[in-house]
Design a protein around this ligand. Structure first.
Ligand code: ATP
Ligand code: MG
Length: 391
């Protein structure tokens, strides 16, 4: 069974969606008139084939990298052929091009070919978890590092951890690592692929995490290109069940890339008025500006229960969303662990924060297992498709 997502302008969407539905062996998992929505659905549903309208690409140039980075084959619906169309065709790595006005008639035949050539080979359908906040110092890095370690240990296979705090990334310090290579080094690599990432990402924390460090110096931050970050995340989600991304506060380009690429945005806050107020602005921006579906964003309350802190119902009331996870304040343990260059979940596994982070990881692993089962069932137990169609 071939899972297909269609993102196309209104004039062709219905015809193409119907053609997909009528193709034996193909399942339409999502159809959207808006590219960002379509991509979010395609990622969530682990679509194997993305049929995308060039008009949406022209309207959303910032999303080209994300279209290319997905774990799907791209079929592009074009309207005429000029240099710009060609440029976009190459930019998204389209495997196939179909004229938009003939797409409803022709797409069925193309899909039948893909269905016929499905192979039993599978790639990982990993989950990108972007740890984000409007504020500094709320615990993003502590959570990202320890969550990655806990996920890797629980799932008994490494989780990837990417430090996208480009100027002052300190995940390597928390892991006690001197990075072999950094995200900055990847900018000079002409062709990124899985073996390259395997080479630059050492296994750390007892093999629980494959780690990609932030640039070694703040001056290198501006060299890190969002399209390369999108490509790296796209590759990693095919290699690991979980890809945890730590970020710096704010909406700079690479952060938006990591947010767009995320299956889940773990929005970290602390129980104080100033943070809650800015997080409210973040949530509004996610919903209205970036048009993320509500289920993409989860709230993580760090230092929950802090004396004089806001109460949980008040926080949820202001934010209009329940807190998904509460992580307790844990005195000096996180700082001690950091000073030792050891993740807290390994340094002090019985501490309250380590226990809460492990429980959070457990929920995520369970969700991922459920999700994988759903994809497998939908694909009749035979996901993937021939390498011929893989970029
Ligand atoms: N639950 C907690 N209990 C006690 N200390 C904590 C807790 N969470 C984080 N800390 C401590 O708070 C400080 C800030 O945490 P961290 O560096 O993880 O925040 P951050 O959001 O990544 O900050 P930045 O925005 O500067 O990157 C660190 O010293 C960390 O050890
Ligand atoms: Mg940090």
């Amino acid at each position: 069974m071939l899972t297909v997502c269609v993102a196309a302008a209104a004039d062709v969407l219905n015809g193409v969606a119907a053609a997909v539905r009528n193709t034996p062996g193909a399942v339409l998992v999502a159809a959207a008139e808006d590219l960002r929505t379509g991509l979010a659905q395609a990622e969530r549903e682990a679509a194997q084939l993305l049929v995308v309208d060039d008009r949406l690409l022209a309207d959303n140039p910032g999303l080209l990298g994300r279209v290319r980075a997905g774990a799907w084959t791209v079929v592009l619906l074009t309207r005429g052929a000029d240099a710009e169309v060609l440029r976009r065709t190459v930019a998204v790595g389209a495997a196939e091009v179909v004229e938009a006005d003939r797409a409803a008639e022709e797409i069925g035949g193309k899909l039948a070919l893909y269905v016929a050539q499905e192979s039993p080979e599978r790639t990982e359908v990993g989950r990108v978890l972007t740890v984000f906040s409007s504020k500094g110092g709320v615990g993003k890095t502590t959570i990202a590092v320890n969550l990655a370690v806990a996920l890797g240990k629980l799932a008994r296979r490494p989780a990837a951890l990417v430090d996208l705090d480009l100027e002052f990334g300190d995940a390597s310090a928390l892991l006690g690592q001197v990075p072999r290579a950094t995200l900055h080094d990847l900018m000079a690599v002409p062709h990124l692929d899985q073996p390259v990432l395997e080479r630059v990402m050492p296994a750390v924390a007892g093999g629980a995490v494959a780690f990609l460090a932030a640039p070694g110096h703040p001056s290198e931050a501006e060299d890190v290109r969002p399209d390369v970050v999108a490509e790296v995340l796209g590759l990693l989600r095919r290699m690991y069940s979980f890809v945890v991304v730590d970020t710096a506060p704010g909406f700079r380009d690479v952060n938006v890339t990591a947010l767009d690429a995320a299956d889940l945005v773990l929005t970290v806050l602390t129980p104080d008025v100033v943070t809650v107020r800015t997080v409210k602005q973040v949530l509004d921006l996610f919903a209205d500006g970036l048009r993320y579906p509500p289920e993409k964003v989860r709230l993580v309350l760090n230092r929950a229960g802090t004396a004089a802190g806001l109460e949980l119902p008040d926080i949820a009331g202001v934010l209009g969303q329940a807190v998904a996870w509460e992580l307790p304040s844990d005195g000096a343990w996180p700082v001690r662990a950091a000073n030792q260059g050891q993740p807290l979940v390994l340094f002090r596994p019985d501490s309250r924060l380590a226990q809460a982070l492990r429980s959070m990881a457990r929920t995520l692993v369970e969700e991922q297992e459920g999700r994988r089962r759903t994809v497998k069932e939908r694909a009749g137990g035979r996901g993937g498709f021939f390498a011929r169609f893989r970029r």
